[in-house]
Ligand binder design. Structure first.
Ligand SMILES: Cc1cc2nc3c(=O)[nH]c(=O)nc-3n(C[C@H](O)[C@H](O)[C@H](O)COP(=O)(O)OP(=O)(O)OC[C@H]3O[C@@H](n4cnc5c(N)ncnc54)[C@H](O)[C@@H]3O)c2cc1C
Length: 384
């Protein structure tokens, strides 16, 4: 697995791509809203169950990072909308699956897998993005359980989701140690929100919690232990954001290679220019390096490597793959000239899509901080 996929994994990746090209091709895009018909198709085809590992008939148990990366990369080469819709089913529901009580898991997960229930991961706030431990949305004890007051923003699938994994402050001045996770039904009284309009269409919005009541059974994991639930979710999903980026980069590279063969300049195909050939070589090399880092990070998660190694590998994979994808897509645009900027062109679409992954689930600077701290901690331990 260190340097390539097993035959079974290759077959799985090809199947995902084939299904995306055939079965999903007819689904209408939803342009920045939750696409429920698309989710139903992803459920019907068994792709959503792939988020949680296991065979097609198994109940969702745990997640498998490598399978998640294969799904995301190969869907992304065909449809970024399908890729993102699938990824958000996992991101929003994994806090429930990993930390919810059995009845809470049973209430929400079967619908997530069929595409009938839309979940969302609600961590970011207007005053707490990169510094998520500064979150302020408050949960106070109440006779029925807990009452939530505050705001979340940049929440994918909001305000249309059916259930939100909400990270709330339960102990003041305790930073990351005073956060609790809750499963909050989308139709809870006191919960409202509105969509936000981004550069690339993405179902996303803000949420207002005005006295939202939840019960004790809605707590995910330990009271004041919610930050770990969020971080474990991100450890799983960060390599797969890298896989999404690799899928987009591969699509841009494929388009650039084809175009360099098709297009003639000065009576010769574009690729006959050495500068073009070298650009294509550099693009392909960086895409392959990014994919290998993604697979290495996913295997370290699946093999249960020590938490510190998993976190460092995930940060490297996300950082390198998302930065690479931005560069590769930009080069592909350059090689195509004006036509790549025309609305509806694949590269015009990828140019807008490729930007956000360098910001969400930890901006590139945050990934560098994680990697740098890990290096220094290891060196310090070796010297003491
Ligand atoms: C498409 C999209 C989908 C999203 N979906 C979700 C979701 O489903 N759930 C959710 O909770 N959130 C979501 N987010 C929010 C996302 O996680 C935040 O945008 C991200 O954490 C950064 O926070 P911020 O935008 O507030 O930027 P800030 O924290 O204000 O940071 C701004 C910039 O400052 C720099 N910076 C920040 N910290 C450091 C540092 N330590 N060192 C050096 N430079 C630094 C970085 O360049 C960063 O981009 C989404 C965002 C986008 C764009």
């Amino acid at each position: 697995m260190a340097f390539g996929l097993t035959p079974q994994q290759q077959e799985y990746a090809e199947r995902v791509r084939r299904l995306a090209e055939t079965e999903l091709a007819g689904v209408e895009p939803a342009e920045g809203r939750v696409n429920r018909p698309l989710l139903k198709e992803l459920g019907r085809l068994g792709l959503l169950r792939g988020l949680f590992g296991g065979a097609e008939d198994d109940p969702p148990r745990d997640a498998a990072a490598t399978q998640l990366c294969l799904l995301r990369e190969h869907l992304a080469t065909v449809s970024t909308e399908a890729e993102t819709a699938l990824a958000l089913q996992g991101l929003g529901s994994y806090p429930i699956l990993q930390a919810g009580r059995p009845e809470t898991v049973e209430r929400w997960l079967p619908g997530v897998v069929t595409g009938d229930v839309v979940p969302a991961f609600a961590l970011s706030e207007p005053g707490a993005g990169s510094d998520a431990a500064a979150l302020a949305l408050a949960a106070r004890r109440s006779p029925r359980g807990w009452t939530l007051h505050g705001e979340k923003t940049w929440i994918s699938n909001a305000p249309e989701a059916d259930v939100y994994a909400v990270f709330a402050r339960t102990s003041d001045r305790a930073g990351a140690k005073g956060v609790t996770a809750f499963a909050v039904p989308g139709d809870a009284a006191g919960l409202s929100g509105e969509p936000l309009d981004l550069l690339a269409p993405h179902a996303i919005g803000l949420l207002r919690f005005e006295g939202v009541e939840v019960s004790e059974a809605d707590v995910l994991g330990e009271v004041d232990g919610g930050f770990a639930v969020a971080m474990r979710t991100l450890d799983l999903f960060r390599p797969s954001v890298g896989a999404f980026a690799v899928g987009m980069a591969q699509a841009a590279l494929d388009a650039a290679v084809h175009w360099s063969v098709e297009r003639e300049v000065r009576g010769a195909p574009l690729h006959a220019q050495q500068s073009v050939e070298h650009t294509l070589a550099e693009m392909a090399t960086r895409v392959k390096a990014a994919r290998l880092l993604v697979h290495a990070a996913a295997s370290s998660y699946d093999e249960g490597a020590p938490a510190r190694e998993v976190t460092e590998a995930a940060a490297m994979a996300k950082l390198f793959a998302t930065e690479t994808a931005q560069w590769v897509v930009d080069q592909a645009v350059q090689l195509h000239g004006a036509r790549a900027l025309q609305r509806g062109h694949l590269l015009e679409h990828l140019y807008r899509e490729v930007r956000a992954p360098r910001i969400y689930e930890g901006a590139s600077e945050v990934q560098r901080t994680i990697i740098g701290r890990s290096l220094v901690r290891r060196a310090t331990e070796e010297h003491t």
